[in-house]
Design a protein around this ligand. Structure first.
Ligand code: PA5
Length: 455
């Protein structure tokens, strides 16, 4: 197996800037942040626990995974960090039409995620499952998030309506070891439950049971995911210069470009399998770094689709973005056939070429076009999209994000803006103890409608 995990080309990362990298203040700052990260993790400080996840064997999850695999369907109920990583692993590592395959072809239950509190989405899942033959993984770090609780209540109700009176037969809870409604529910019903370590934040939890259980249920090799993360961790923690640490390169390039007004970061993978990876990345980056008036806005794009949508803006619009083009160097391929009609002879140049090779060349074309337009970019290559590389990529982005946050002088592990929204929702929905928030939310909202126009 090619042991390479990731290669980053950063020769074009500073287009238009007077200075790029080199030994100096940026490298010193990253070195200090990396040291702080490591030391805080050793102290088991809140927020830093994800650094230890690659060192944990997933073997203790085996029995629960076997239990999940006995069902027809698994539904993950959660939102944000309790859902995006699950979707990302599924998209990257399962058959693209996983749920449409037969049970024999899949060799695993179907898998759905109930994240949004949109009744259309929830009832669509309810339409196609037999609740009694479905395992529900209810994941919430706080054990209280309104969207997750609303979905949980609906699925619990569906279970009861189809005659399952003992929820422990179908429900598994992943939540705080002590606090929250879900923990209390697990004690009351004696259902299966696992703890999200207190020191691991929601968006950093994909390598914990939050992300690994549903992945294991779908037959994803979670042992390789963890091994890949561990290999990346070893490489990153052992490299302390910009020249040999790709996470320092990403963190440093994002900060330098940000300081020059490039306050957006676009992740543009060239592989359908990495589409959900961008969504997962956007939460990680946005929630970790958007604080105190700082932070670059993460944008998800998709190659080659966005070449026909966003790339016009990317190359000729405002110079406010750093681009990350992410591509596997080896992939499944389809050889393009000979055009079978005379009228198609202008397509002969495609004959015998691989469609996957074409996608790779398109990634290079986009990079070349952006470089021509003097836009900064990092070219990111992984050898292949597999469990090992996805695990390594997860750790890589977590590490680079945390490092960027510390180097920018902010706390990458809290999310006060998210919590504010949660409190307003609790208040408006009538949760006791949040009356003040309800009043404030109404007042603020009324200012939005203090002037309006209609047709
Ligand atoms: O990263 C975070 O902490 C948040 O985005 C959470 O993942 C999200 O709000 C869901 O929270 P919880 O897992 O507590 O339900």
């Amino acid at each position: 197996m090619d042991e390479m995990l990731l290669r980053i080309g950063y020769g074009a990362a500073f287009s238009g800037l007077e200075h790029g990298f080199g030994p100096g203040p940026m490298e010193d700052c990253l070195r200090k942040s990396a040291r702080a990260l490591f030391e805080e993790a050793m102290e088991d400080r809140v927020g830093f626990g994800w650094l230890g996840l690659p060192d944990q064997s997933p073997a203790p999850l085996d029995e629960t995974i076997s239990w999940l695999r006995g069902f027809d369907t698994v539904v993950q109920i959660g939102i944000g960090g309790s859902a995006l990583g699950n979707q990302m692993l599924s998209c990257a590592l399962c058959h693209p039409c996983f749920n449409e395959l037969s049970r024999k072809e899949r060799g695993a239950p179907r898998f759905y995620v109930a994240d949004n509190a949109d009744p259309e989405g929830t009832s669509a899942i309810l339409d196609i499952i037999d609740p009694s033959r479905t395992a529900f993984i209810v994941a919430s770090k706080s054990g209280a998030t309104a969207e997750t609780m609303a979905n949980f209540l609906l699925f619990l109700d569906a279970l009861q309506k189809c005659g399952v009176t003992d929820p422990s037969e179908n429900i598994l809870v992943i939540t705080d070891p002590q606090k929250g409604a879900l923990r209390a529910f697990a004690s009351e019903t004696d259902c299966r439950s696992l703890a999200i370590p207190g020191s691991v934040g929601g968006r950093f939890s994909v390598l914990s049971p939050v992300g690994l259980l549903s992945a294991g249920a779908q037959g994803i090799d979670i042992g390789s995911v963890i091994l890949g993360a561990a290999a990346m961790k070893e490489s990153l923690l052992g490299a302390d210069s910009l020249e040999d640490n790709p996470a320092w390169v990403l963190a440093g390039a994002s900060i330098l470009n940000y300081r020059h007004g490039r306050n957006m970061i676009v992740l543009m993978p060239y592989a359908d399998r990495l589409e959900s990876f961008s969504e997962w990345f956007c939460q990680l980056w946005g929630e970790s770094l958007g604080k105190g008036g700082k932070g670059s806005t993460p944008v998800r794009a998709m190659g080659a689709i966005d070449q026909h949508s966003q790339v016009q803006l990317y190359s000729e619009g405002p110079d406010d973005k750093l681009f990350l083009i992410l591509t596997p160097t080896a992939r499944f391929d389809l050889k393009l056939p000979k055009p079978p009609f005379e009228s198609l002879k202008s397509l002969a140049y495609l004959e015998g070429k691989g469609m996957g090779s074409m996608l790779e060349l398109e990634a290079r074309s986009t990079a070349a076009a952006l470089i021509k337009a003097e836009k900064p970019l990092l070219w990111m290559e992984i050898p292949v999209v597999d469990a090992y590389r996805i695990g390594s990529l997860v750790f890589f982005f977590e590490y680079a994000t945390a490092l960027a946050g510390l180097a920018m002088g902010l706390n990458p592990f809290d999310q006060p803006g998210v919590e504010q929204g949660k409190r307003y929702t609790y208040g408006l929905m009538g949760r006791p103890g949040f009356e003040k928030d309800a009043g404030e939310a109404r007042e603020r909202f009324s200012s939005a409608m203090s002037r309006s126009v209609k047709v």
